[in-house]
Design a protein around this ligand. Structure first.
Ligand SMILES: O=C(O)CCC(=O)C(=O)O
Ligand SMILES: [Fe+2]
Length: 390
């Protein structure tokens, strides 16, 4: 797993944008096409993609425990409640108590004082009709003149994620590298199979918490536990995990089931344990050297439903560290108990993904990302190389 740009990653990008400005709010943003269902018919109900705000409380996923409810509660990312004093916007600008003509007419009508009035000495607060008017100017008797509409700064709108909740194959983009494709099988495992796999893996996998380094070189404990299984070592960011071929039987059975169903082969898996909603994984692409070009990655989820978020990378030549991702295309795939998500073609080249931490209580979740990894000479230690020469 290559780290989020703010951690560390291979970076073929120049350190500055060489005077180029990044595309914002439409412009020449790259296009994606999302196809629903297995058939070429994009109108099939399967594979429907809808634009929807993140963390909408009407999402229902399959839980791994009969009593588990996905109660997301109020969303702190939503708009704050509307202005408790809507009158403030409607205060007639002509009634500026600091304007000379208003003062000479005897000032504003007397109002009753109450605890809710933060400025008892004034019957009109600066907020009421004078927002944006500097105090000193108001005291000199200037009138408030609202800015002309064309002078208002236009802020690019944050792109809302599209939800992918239905089984199917989705071409999520067709450039710049080529097609990026994901395939979702929500009920890859039956409820019983998924329950059994979760219990077995919890007991059989010795998860560990890794120490990673941030971009400033400071150590931090990763907010999740991991374990690597594979014939080659695996390294991402500042973490190196040794080859480990002691696959628990349950893990091997799952690997074989995924391989058979999709006509694929894998030689490794990264197992992640998210203990609570406070665990997650930051933005990254699975694009390590050892995975080679256009890797096929099969991600099986067990336990609590978590949001798998994807965002389009900046166009080539733009520094990802300086890019404003608020206008990137975004997808959210709720990964439920027993769901399998395949990522193929150029998905790792053109997209990043994350599992964000959540504000709401979340039960444990195990995620298995099956991959094929090739020996990566850059990750071999000196003594490994010496041993191989013998
Ligand atoms: O937990 C997940 O769904 C994603 C894990 C992941 O991105 C990774 O292991 O590289
Ligand atoms: Fe990943």
């Amino acid at each position: 797993m290559a780290a989020h740009p703010q951690e560390a990653r291979r970076a073929p990008y120049p350190s500055s944008q060489n005077g180029r400005t990044q595309s914002r709010g439409g412009g020449n943003r790259q296009k994606s096409r999302i196809q629903g269902g297995w058939a070429a018919d994009a109108h099939q109900p399967r594979g429907r993609v809808q634009a929807r705000g993140r963390g909408q409380p009407n999402f229902r996923g399959r839980g791994y425990h009969p009593t588990l409810q996905c109660n997301l509660g109020p969303d702190p990312t939503q708009e704050p409640p509307s202005d408790p004093n809507p009158q403030a916007q409607e205060y007639p600008p002509g009634l500026n108590p600091y304007a000379p003509e208003f003062k000479s007419a005897g000032g504003p009508p007397k109002q009753e004082q109450s605890q809710d009035m933060p400025y008892p000495e004034h019957t009109v607060t600066p907020h009421q009709g004078y927002f944006g008017q500097p105090h000193d100017l108001m005291h000199q008797g200037y009138k408030y003149i609202p800015p002309a509409p064309e002078e208002q700064v236009s802020v690019p709108e944050e792109t809302k994620p599209k939800m992918i909740e239905e089984d199917g194959e989705y071409i999520i983009s067709e450039e710049p590298s080529g097609k990026s494709r994901i395939v979702l099988f929500k009920n890859f495992l039956s409820q019983e199979e998924a329950d059994e796999a979760l219990c077995q893996l919890e007991q059989e996998i010795k998860f560990k918490q890794q120490v990673n380094k941030n971009r400033a070189g400071k150590d931090y404990l990763e907010p999740r536990l991991v374990r690597w299984f594979g014939e080659h070592p695996y390294a991402y960011s500042k973490v190196r995990m040794e080859a480990n071929e002691e696959w628990p039987p349950a893990l091997l059975r799952l690997k074989e089931k995924i391989e058979k169903k999709n006509d694929l082969t894998f030689n490794s898996v990264l197992a992640n344990l998210y203990r609570t909603g406070k665990d997650g994984v930051a933005w990254h692409s699975d694009d390590e050297y050892g995975l080679r070009e256009q890797p096929k990655i099969a991600s099986l989820s067990l336990g609590e439903t978590r949001m798998f978020e994807m965002r389009k990378k900046p166009p080539k030549g733009i520094n990802p560290y300086e890019f404003d991702y608020t206008t990137s295309e975004k997808l959210t795939v709720p990964l439920t108990h027993g769901a399998l998500l395949l990522m193929t073609d150029h998905t790792q080249d053109d997209w990043q993904h994350q599992v964000p931490k959540e504000y709401h209580d979340k039960q444990k979740r195990i995620n298995l990302t099956f991959r094929t990894i090739y020996p990566d000479a850059r990750h071999e230690r000196k003594q490994d190389r010496v041993l191989k020469l013998d």
